[in-house]
Design a protein around this ligand. Structure first.
Ligand SMILES: [Zn+2]
Length: 456
């Protein structure tokens, strides 16, 4: 038995590799324990252990890696299977961009749809995505190659525009066309601002880019000039300028009738707050009165926000007047007067700026030096002549001006019934006392207390 065991052990030693038994294996193996265990090994001894041993040592490691290698890719391949198409798509995307070498602008937006298509492709199998993405870029790519010409910008109106006396800048317009892209007018960018309330030279730059990145530009020069005013002529202390603000209104016709009755000329600082009375502006002008601007809205909160806000509003009214009478007034009155402090609430220093702007542009602004105080409207209605207090205010004011050797500019409002009713008495008094009534014009001096002290 021992011999048999030894032989078996030796045999195993020969068959197995070095470590299995060790060099001294044969000698040591015959241990006491071995006897008992020997039985089991014997049965298995001959071929079985070898077979088992073999797979473990030699091939097992090889097969294991192999199967692992396969296993790993499988596991990864499932999620990667989707990425794979991505890599396939990427090269396709690349041709797209290669197809468009010159262009920069359009390719980018079109490149965006491509990635959008890819996520969809991930959900579905690879093949579907590929054709879809291929389909879109190809035709576009071919189209793009054609255009290397820049678009054309055509300016309407003159290349040099001259504005005088605070008339606002209105863009005369432009068009832009491109051989490939067609009408690009809406894509034209205009840089620069014409501060038409400041004398100076302004440049507007127009530019437009086509889908291939070709750029076209154009320029317009806007010259803002001051209006040339005639030399002022002092009308003397016996001259009365009746001025009426805030109209026209429903009372304006009545006023025009009185003025006509005595052949007296007056000045109307008009607004657009009573649109229904707009035709009164035509009547005022036709009767030889002066139509001047009091702004379109008379809304302090809008007007006194900025110079631009004021001038824009003023020009809106000037446009309306010009449409009605064919003339654009160069005479204005600030709502609240140039000395108003209400404007502080909307913009500090705005009256200082606006009065300087008017002087610089050759626009005559008039305040008043006789206040009827009709704005406070505290007329005693129980009196027979309930406008008497107002008449007295005016007469006293005029007398005071005359005493100082100055002409009178009287402030009234033709939106106030009692103020309009007082006019006839004022005129009668004036004519009886040797006064002349005149309408303001460009020769009327703005000195002599006509300009109040700017307080903002
Ligand atoms: Zn007013």
């Amino acid at each position: 038995m021992r011999k048999k065991l030894l032989i078996t052990a030796l045999f195993l030693c020969v068959m197995l590799s070095a470590w299995a038994c060790g060099k001294d294996g044969g000698d040591n193996s015959p241990s006491p324990t071995g006897a008992n265990e020997a039985v089991t090994p014997t049965a298995e001894a001959t071929p079985t252990p070898e077979v088992t041993a073999n797979p473990e040592t030699t091939p097992t490691p090889e097969t294991t890696p192999t199967s692992e290698a396969t296993a790993t890719p499988e596991a990864t391949s499932a999620p990667e299977a989707t990425p794979t198409p991505e890599t396939t798509l990427t090269p396709e995307a690349t041709p797209t961009s290669t197809a468009t070498p010159t262009p920069k602008a359009t390719p980018t937006p079109e490149a965006t749809p491509t990635p959008k298509a890819t996520p969809t492709a991930k959900a579905t199998p690879t093949p579907k995505a590929t054709p879809t993405t291929k389909a879109t870029p190809t035709p576009t790519g071919t189209e793009r190659r054609k255009d290397s010409d820049p678009p054309t910008i055509t300016l309407e109106g003159d290349e040099v525009v001259t504005l005088e006396g605070g008339v606002w800048y209105k863009e005369p317009g432009f068009t832009a066309t491109d051989k490939k892209d067609g009408d690009l007018t809406k894509s034209v960018k205009v840089e620069g601002e014409v501060k038409y309330w400041h004398v100076g030279t302004y440049t507007l730059k127009y530019s437009v880019k086509d889908s291939d990145g070709n750029v076209a530009t154009a320029k317009r020069t806007v010259v803002v000039k001051a209006r040339e005013l005639p030399e002022p002529i002092d009308p003397g202390p016996m001259t009365i300028y009746l001025t009426f603000d805030d109209g026209p209104s429903g009372y304006t016709q009545q006023l025009l009738d009185v003025l006509a009755k005595y052949d007296v000329k007056a000045t109307f600082f008009v607004t657009h707050n009573h649109k229904e009375a707009d035709d009164m502006i035509i009547a005022e002008h036709a009767a030889g009165h002066t139509v001047a601007i009091h702004t379109n809205t008379h809304d302090y909160s809008k007007l006194y926000k900025s110079e631009k806000a004021y001038f824009d509003d003023m020009n809106r009214m000037a446009d309306i007047i010009e449409d009605l009478i064919g003339e654009r007034p160069a005479i204005i009155r600030f709502p609240g007067g140039s000395s108003n402090t209400v404007s502080k609430k909307y913009s500090k220093g705005i009256m200082t700026k606006l009065t300087q702007d008017m002087n610089e542009l050759g626009i005559l602004y008039f305040d008043w030096n006789v206040d009827s105080r009709d704005a406070s409207s505290d007329s005693p209605k129980n009196s027979t002549k309930w406008w008497d207090p107002l008449v007295n205010n005016v007469i006293n004011g005029i007398k005071n001006r005359t005493k100082n050797g100055k002409f009178s500019v009287v402030l009234q409002h033709d939106v106030k019934k009692f103020s309009v009713a007082a006019v006839e008495d004022i005129i009668k008094w004036g004519l009886e006392n040797g006064y002349t009534f005149k309408a303001l014009d460009l020769t009327t001096p703005t000195t002599g207390g006509v300009h109040q002290k700017v307080a903002n």
